[in-house]
Design a protein around this ligand. Sequence first.
Ligand SMILES: Cc1cc2nc3c(=O)[nH]c(=O)nc-3n(C[C@H](O)[C@H](O)[C@H](O)COP(=O)(O)OP(=O)(O)OC[C@H]3O[C@@H](n4cnc5c(N)ncnc54)[C@H](O)[C@@H]3O)c2cc1C
Length: 481
Amino acid sequence: MRSGADYLKAIGDDRAIYVDGQRVRDVVDHPAFRPIAVTMSELFDKAADPASGMAFTAPETGADANRVYGIPRSREDLTAYRLAVDTWARHTHGWVGRSPDHVAAFVAGFAAHPEVFSSGERDLSANVLAYHRALLDQSRYVSYAIIPPQVSRATTAHAWDGDLVQAGVVEETSEGIVVRGAQMLATGGPVADDIFVSCIKPLTDDDRDFAVSFVVPVGTEGLKLYCRRPYAPAATSTYDYPLTTRYDETDALLVFDDVLIPWANVFVDRDVTAVRRQFHDTGAHVLGNWQAQNRFSVKLRFLAGLARKVAAVNGVDKFPGVVEKLGELASLASIVESGVLAAEYTAAPDDAGFWRPGKRAVYGAMGLQAELYPRALAILRDLVGGGVLQVPSSVADMHNPETRADIDRYIYSPNAPAEERVKLFKLAWDAVGSEFAGRHHQYEMFYAGAPFVVKGYTFRNYGFEEPLAEVDEFLAGYGID
Ligand SMILES: Cc1cc2nc3c(=O)[nH]c(=O)nc-3n(C[C@H](O)[C@H](O)[C@H](O)COP(=O)(O)OP(=O)(O)OC[C@H]3O[C@@H](n4cnc5c(N)ncnc54)[C@H](O)[C@@H]3O)c2cc1C
């Protein structure tokens, strides 16, 4: 099992990451990336610790592996998989969306159905299986970029001005495909080992050149990552920004300057149907999004705890109006947790023996996420009031005896001396109001697609046949006579 130190060593390569007009020399030592890299390394150390129970013997390799990379092949496997995912999510309290288990779930789904990758002109299924085995053996951290850059959504990329703006195949050689163009938005990309690149938005027959799927090591020559402004470097201390200083994953646009992707790394080569089938027919999408809902459920539980604590410190937690708000928050958290568990309860094996979480439950929880998360934040925001701003500018004020005396005298609560109260309210601000918090708001609304796309998944996976049949049967039971 990979250690955190092994992971940190591996990402210290010559990758081309750009921030503030500069090429980053070493992500592991850079203030934007070191904090999240250390958090990721903690996840690997946790998985390698036998006490975590995350290891299993992978049937594909016969060796020890981290369960989050495995294909659940029985109900017991599925439960063990969820517990492994949950162990990692609890370590970050749900504040890291693209921990390595997210894309790993997609690759496991692909490997459960290699036939999807053999239907085009080339049989690339062996590449998928080999890559899955590499993940099991090496616990690689894979991020993904599967959305075309936001140029225009009125058409797909073939109609855009400019040649290969969306990442696509410019040339084929005996060694592989040469890729040019951009793709968004690789969360965690700068600190990943590899990035999976494809397109989950529907493509037309005219978009064949963009209908690819492949993995690329982040350090590959010609691949550049343009990061949004990182928040961690501006955070004054962990006391002031306890979430930003640990969990700022970064998000990056990928740019391919004619990058050779060797055949061994190609899963789909210019095949519109296979690109769509890889996500939905293999079960990759439902497993990956079950992982995501589990992570989300852990985060909502954390927010519920935070809201309850804030209310108690402010002495309002017994007021009926506040109990109602906390009850609503508890209800939101419970709905998602119940969806995660219901997906396990309704799971069933597919024709390849891959135990897929129940679709109705997974997509049912996901469909509400874009409303549910803003509502949860609104309740917390309501409860904290101005307390999140009635705090000293930074931890430095806590260390200066001149300012500290006033802080101790005026910024306290009966059940929380100043140091504790300020700490709690600074955490609350990092959850609802900081730039990190704003990015999380956007993340929860969009990470699985725009809300209209996610509700489309819910619509298609609910299984309307059964309720429609019930209504028809009911209607057939009476008439004008
Ligand atoms: C913080 C964050 C992290 C992300 N991380 C990743 C990642 O790791 N990997 C990855 O691949 N992607 C990632 N994404 C990208 C994410 O998948 C996309 O943002 C998402 O798929 C929505 O696509 P878009 O942003 O292009 O929005 P658009 O498709 O441009 O949609 C924006 C809005 O336009 C309207 N709209 C657009 N088209 C239609 C239509 N046909 N019908 C009706 N309304 C429409 C809707 O109001 C929609 O909400 C991330 C996004 C965010 C915000």
